[in-house]
Ligand binder design. Sequence first.
Ligand SMILES: C[S@@+](CC[C@H](N)C(=O)[O-])C[C@H]1O[C@@H](n2cnc3c(N)ncnc32)[C@H](O)[C@@H]1O
Length: 254
Amino acid sequence: MKLTIDTDAKMLILEEDGKCRKVELYSREAFEIISHQWLKVGWNQKYTYTFTWMGRPIIQLPDDMFRIQEVIYQVKPDVIIETGVAHGGSLIYYATLCKTLEKGRVIGIDIEIRPHNREAIESHQLFPLITLIEGDSVSPSVVDQVKSMVKIDETVMVILDSCHTREHVLKELEAYHDLVTQGSYIVVNDGFMKYLYDVPRGKVEWKEDNPAEAVREFLERHPEFEVEQPEWLFNESELIENVTHWPDAYLRRK
Ligand SMILES: C[S@@+](CC[C@H](N)C(=O)[O-])C[C@H]1O[C@@H](n2cnc3c(N)ncnc32)[C@H](O)[C@@H]1O
């Protein structure tokens, strides 16, 4: 596709398969089209590898962190389980919300917690709210360990941010979905991979092999969940769509 931003004419011009369409540049639709392309360029430029949260690198788009904050504020989970810890920034972000809400704790799982990351997380002021588990997120021993840490009447939210292949995410969904309480969510990160098959750092196979595809397959077997973009708690704009690396991410337990 060819996209032309004509700032003089205040138009966005889309040309594809011999067809041409013009959209008002300062419109909602142009914002959505430009945001989508901005996300692809930003992903290739490793924009999400430029932030820290309370001293730890957090590999997330700030928009996604703001939006999940809105969800956590509403659900107020007792336990947030995150697969994929890396440097610990997102784990500490969720622990910050728990601390401020005076409710909740965080369990982080990673196949490899490097010594310098472990040391930084364990010496962080929010570590009392955090449990680290090292191991494959879908291995039965890890899943059992996580389940043994959750009490029967607790409100649970699960966030999947480890290995993003369709197969692994599907296994994680099957392993952890039954922990998620009614009205809470299992959040499947990085479904945007499905759009990254044609960017320089992307891979052609991501067109099919991505977390959003795992969500699609999971939902065929699990009608107790529905994909829902959580409601924006404040909106004085015309906009309605998240600007996100996590399309089709929020699976709400009905
Ligand atoms: C995208 S990073 C996590 C980023 C982190 N949540 C943040 O926002 O800063 C993915 C992590 O998943 C971990 N990982 C990969 N495969 C895994 C598996 N099978 N089980 C658990 N963790 C895995 C990697 O070691 C890596 O640290």
